[in-house]
Design a protein around this ligand. Structure first.
Ligand code: PLP
Length: 367
């Protein structure tokens, strides 16, 4: 038919395209350090033991009913404790509007739509660099984007002074997207002291801090420590928003289980905000999927399984290698090594079997 004659192929996703190219490569030496997913030492996908045990416990008990629009109440409750603290007064006071979301991406998108709906003239400040999909998400929600300084290529660290300047120079009441921990793609996070300063300046300007927390547990190995930035902002009295995901830290990638929360002034406001978040979800996907949420709530509400999960959350995923796009191209073309052109290496793709080959290849293209 002639209906779609004007449709051109969409550009390849810079991250997912790496895996496609890897799968098409016939070389026995090929290595994929592109994708952010756990692999065992043979490069095979990993399912955490706590997840396997949760699956055993829920097998047969699972009905296929719809979840409420806001998702699993139990999962959301446990998820908020991870971000806001086990004994958070804010949770007890019911000041947090929270809904189950389609993993971290869905949580970000739901927030972006909410932002557009209720602050139609606002913009979002996004770090340079960031996870590429952030740009797509806020673009499709029709929220204009600005950037702020983050990474300092020379020192391969944080460009703290420039970041603070950008916070100060943004119009009062701007929205700032912050990576709560294990910044993707650089792996560079502010120190605790720096977070305190960032929080101070964001507060002084009346900005809104939105935390994307896709890797809680991956920066320090401990989800509680990785919530430090959020706790500092809470201490300072911010009204923050948080996107949480279990894709990485529970290895539940394809289950699409996450949570969006917005901290409100009081319970009444939280009820209103939650109802509007549900209203946004209703015409998009109606209600979120049930299985992943049940795995998460089974693990986190059982002290033994939770302990086991905390043991299984390993440390670290991305390493910003400093390799140039040209060097990455050589690694791919000459050595069948696949990674994003910004030089980001997923350490989960490095195995006993390929580490030597990878190290030699990196040496060859950088000497
Ligand atoms: N945010 C960041 C910074 C990410 O790196 C990712 C995944 O790579 C996500 C969000 C979303 O992941 P998911 O939608 O699978 O939870």
């Amino acid at each position: 038919s002639s209906w779609w004659r004007s449709v051109q192929p969409a550009p390849k996703d810079p991250i997912l395209g790496v895996t496609e190219a890897f799968l098409a490569d016939q070389s026995p030496d090929k290595v994929n350090v592109g994708v952010g997913a756990y692999r065992d030492d043979n490069g095979k996908p990993v399912v955490l033991e706590c997840v396997r045990e949760a699956e055993r416990r829920i097998a047969g008990n699972l009905n296929m009913e719809y979840l409420p629009m806001g998702g699993s109440v139990k999962m959301v409750e446990e998820t908020l404790k991870l971000a806001y603290g086990e004994n958070s007064e804010l949770i007890k006071e019911k000041r947090i509007a929270a809904v189950q979301a389609l993993s971290g991406t869905g949580a970000c998108r739901l927030f972006a739509d909410f932002q557009k709906h209720f602050c139609p003239d606002s913009q979002i400040y996004i770090p340079v660099p960031t996870w590429a999909n952030h740009h797509n998400i806020w673009r499709d929600a029709q929220v204009p984007q600005k950037t702020y300084h983050y990474y300092h290529p020379e020192s391969k660290g944080l460009d703290f002074a420039a970041m603070i300047d950008d916070i100060k120079n943004a119009p009062n009441g701007s929205f700032f997207l912050l990576h709560a921990c294990a910044h993707n793609p650089t792996g560079v996070d502010p120190s605790e002291e720096q977070w305190r300063e960032i929080s101070h300046h964001i507060k002084a300007k009346g900005h809104f801090a939105f935390f994307d927390m896709a890797y809680q547990g991956f920066a320090s190995g401990d989800p509680e420590k990785d919530a430090k930035a959020i706790r500092i902002f809470l201490e300072d009295g911010h009204h923050i928003g948080i996107a949480q995901s279990y894709a990485k830290n529970m290895g539940l990638y394809g289950q699409r289980v996450g949570c969006l929360s917005v901290l409100c002034e009081d319970e009444k406001q939280a009820v209103a905000v939650k109802s509007q978040l549900q209203q946004l979800a209703r015409p998009m996907y109606s209600n979120p999927p049930v299985h992943g949420a049940l795995i998460v709530s089974t693990i986190l509400s059982d002290p033994d399984l939770k302990k086991q999960w905390l043991k299984e959350v390993k440390i670290g995923m991305f390493c910003y290698s400093g390799l140039t796009p040209e060097q990455v191209d050589r690694l791919t073309n000459e050595f069948h090594i696949y990674m994003t052109r910004n030089g980001r290496i997923s350490m989960a793709g490095v195995t006993t079997g390929n580490v030597k080959y990878l190290a030699n290849a990196i040496h060859e293209v950088t000497k």
